[in-house]
Design a protein around this ligand. Structure first.
Ligand SMILES: [Zn+2]
Length: 746
């Protein structure tokens, strides 16, 4: 025992003598030391018990928009934020929120079946029996409708699936389609079905994706039981999120509202989500050709494309009510730069009890806010203003964050330095997506947080995982580079109004990958499920609070904002070569395909019994002119490399110059927006990041160029390349200004 103690002393002495002070991006050495000391206290104050207590209360009843517990949760959080020293208010908006009045789905004919559309309560899950308070399984913003038609299976229901159907000679015109969840955001499925002439859409969860094929089902395991169904919105969010009756303006009580028939983002056909128990008889009734191998799920049937001999009847009616939503906004005013805002948000509304989605992220944010509040009482003074937000109505289409952003747009554009988002969280690996100027700073932060299960940093753990998951080529690349790449942000949570509408640098943070997620948007996303399978002991809730807390506090207190323009340059240069390759590949594929058609290869090779349709030749792909865009990128390369060298000295700038530099740095992201937005969706102003028009969640980088090429709209592709050149030139202007400031001093 004694010997061990001596050994410990010896090593800790050694440690002290050989380590030099830790450096932080954008801090002087002296300020970094102070910051790190505060962060130690911040960590020490975090308590997993708080996360448990708050989640238990907030998930104790269904808390969707319009429910009593949604309002109760907002008031509960507001009370806590006030107690922690924040100036807190509840900001209320009034949004269109449809709830089901009638839901009928039946298979007619010789083997009739009436869908149950019901998630049974489980004795092992205490809140699953709160029947009178639960929203039934449905898709919000589906159209009302009463349709009877033949059924066609369309795989995931994305555009590529309809190309396949065309080859098979199957049309969905006048039919009802049935699509599997996954492969795109759910709202894409009815939109694409409608564009192809379908009159109804059913979406089901195949057991291959989150049911028994993945593992034991709830309550034995975590995965989706046979009667579990995924609720969710089908608002046309790639066009614009937010209240469909008040696009672009705040949904205040007396706002000028569109008539429902004028709203562009409400689906045109009835849509209903169902369980795999209800899907089985429908799929079983289909005739026609056997579905292509990649379309088949793991139900015990041969999957056919259809149509079936028997018709399906789908009847849906909704209450189209306007309901209040309650955002909680909690402010800690900055001591030196009160007009520079760090905004940190997570939504608080759920489809039902929503323990994982969204409360696992919400309670981590609350604990983070509590700990910063405690520090402030002990003398910690954030230089910039920190604003904690709990959004309502996220599930229906980012309603709370979008309406608040539209209400405060001009002020937010002027003052917001960064938006930091989280949503569901669980056991596993750090995941992040965001503006690429934040990538080096993100790497610094995750190198400072320890993984609760292994004790290495969360960066090391993620890196090890990436290495193991990578294919041969990617692994070779990763071996020389420990930098964790930020993903780009598409749609999916509350960053959209900040990043994509207003051009505010944003990041989304969360842990996961070891938290089986088979109860998403069902009554089984409960406290009982989460504490057993999601993050037992809330260790990763604490890890999230440490990660997002460091993000918030370091940006609030940095001498020079930790934004790296060169990192943005490298990323956009990569996207540019991607879209050029996309164009070249499209050209050579078109040439080959047209030759195969002309040489009658399809006619000879196709199985004559199957009566497959021979594709038509396509227009050849032209060459497009990227030179203006590439010239602007070359200029950006030069500027951003120069700025990166001078940035290291920027903490020595005189205070006033530093303030000017910071303002240029955080406003630079705004210049990546264009006032007219993207083609056919003016709400989306950012020219580098947007949700895909036909993928939804899936991001499209350089969206207008990429989508025009994908949709073979060559004129628009060329116009979009020219807009991109103009955008990068504007961004270059900002970088040049920053350079001028630095050069004047050094
Ligand atoms: Zn969520």
């Amino acid at each position: 025992m004694t010997r061990k103690i001596i050994y410990l002393f010896a090593t800790s002495f050694l440690f002290i003598t050989i380590t030099s002070a830790q450096k932080l991006m954008g801090f002087t050495d002296a300020n970094a030391a102070k910051q790190i000391a505060w962060e130690k206290q911040f960590d020490a104050q975090l308590s997993a018990q708080n996360l448990d207590t708050w989640m238990k209360f907030m998930s104790s009843h269904p808390h969707h928009v319009g429910s009593p517990h949604d309002k109760a949760n907002a008031e509960y959080m507001s009370g806590l934020f006030k107690q922690w020293g924040y100036q807190t208010e509840i900001s209320t908006y009034y949004v269109l929120f449809p709830t089901p009045k009638t839901r009928v789905l039946e298979l007619l004919g010789t083997k009739p079946y009436k869908a149950k559309l019901e998630e049974p309560s489980l004795p092992e899950d205490k809140t699953s029996g709160q029947k009178s308070e639960q929203l039934p399984t449905y898709n919000a913003y589906s159209a009302d409708g009463d349709v009877t038609a033949e059924l066609v299976f369309v795989n995931r229901g994305v555009p590529a699936d309809y190309e396949e159907l065309e080859k098979l000679g199957v049309s969905v015109k006048g039919k009802i389609v049935i699509a599997k969840y996954g492969g795109s955001w759910r709202g894409i499925k009815p939109k694409v079905a409608y564009e192809h002439g379908a009159i109804g859409c059913i979406i089901y969860s195949d057991p291959a994706d989150d049911g028994y094929t993945q593992g034991d089902v709830y309550p034995e395991g975590a995965f989706r039981p046979k009667a579990g169904a995924q609720r969710g919105s089908v608002l046309d969010m790639p066009v614009s999120p937010g209240d469909p009756l008040t696009p672009n303006i705040a949904a205040t009580k007396d706002a000028k509202r569109l008539a429902r028939s004028e709203a562009k983002t409400i689906m045109k056909i009835p849509v209903l989500p169902i369980s795999y128990e209800d899907a089985l008889p429908l799929l079983q009734s289909l005739d026609g050709q056997v579905a292509p191998p990649s379309w088949r799920g793991t139900l015990p049937i041969t999957y056919h494309v259809g149509p079936g001999k028997e018709k399906v009847h789908l009847k849906l009616e909704f209450n189209w009510d306007v309901k209040p939503i309650y955002n909680v906004i909690a402010v800690l005013t900055g001591s030196e730069f009160p007009h520079q805002w760090i905004i940190r948000g997570n939504h608080h509304d759920a489809w039902v009890n929503g323990a994982e989605d969204p409360l696992s992220g919400m309670v981590a944010e609350m604990e983070e806010a509590r700990s910063i509040g405690e520090l402030a009482k002990k003398g910690y003074k954030p230089k910039r203003t920190i604003i904690y937000c709990a959004w309502d109505g996220e599930e229906q289409g980012l309603l709370g964050s979008t309406e608040w952003a539209e209400d405060n747009r001009e002020e937010l554009k002027k003052k917001t330095v960064i938006y930091i988002n989280s949503d569901g969280n669980g056991r596993g690996f750090i995941g992040a997506a965001g503006s690429h100027s934040l990538e080096p700073f993100f790497n610094e932060v995750i190198d400072d947080v320890k993984d609760p299960q292994t004790g290495v940093t969360v960066k090391e753990r993620r890196y090890a995982k990436d290495l193991l998951d990578a294919d041969k080529a990617k692994r070779a690349k990763l071996l020389g580079d420990k930098n964790i790449k930020l993903e780009a942000l598409g749609a999916g949570s509350d960053w959209s109004p900040f990043l994509q509408h207003m051009g505010i640098a944003s990041i989304h943070l969360g842990y996961g990958g070891e938290d089986p997620a088979g109860v998403y948007h069902s009554v089984y996303d409960s406290y009982d499920h989460y504490t057993k399978f999601g993050d037992p002991g809330f260790a990763y809730g604490i890890a999230l609070a440490k990660t997002a807390g460091r993000f918030t506090m370091r940006i609030a207190n940095a001498d020079v904002l930790p934004l790296d323009i060169n990192s943005f340059y490298k990323t956009i240069a990569g996207y540019t070569s991607e879209v050029k390759t996309l164009l070249d590949d499209s050209r050579s594929e078109t040439e080959v395909q047209n030759k195969l058609i002309n040489d009658k290869m399809f006619a000879v090779a196709n199985d004559p019994i199957k009566k497959l349709v021979i594709p038509k030749p396509k227009e050849t792909v032209p060459f497009l002119n990227f030179s203006a865009f590439e010239n602007s990128l070359a200029q950006l390369k030069q500027n951003s490399e120069e700025l990166q060298k001078l940035y290291k000295e920027a903490t020595n700038l005189p205070a006033q110059t530093q303030t000017q530099l910071n303002e240029i740095l955080y406003k630079a992201e705004r210049s990546l927006t264009q006032p007219d937005g993207l083609p056919r969706r003016p709400w989306y102003k950012h020219q580098v990041y947007a949700p895909g028009f036909y993928t939804g969640y899936g991001v499209k980088t350089l969206p207008s160029i990429r989508e025009a090429i994908e949709q073979r709209n060559w004129k628009e592709a060329q116009e979009s390349i020219d807009v991109a050149a103009k955008t990068i030139n504007a961004y270059n202007g900002e970088v040049q200004q920053a350079l001028n400031l630095l050069k004047k001093t050094f």
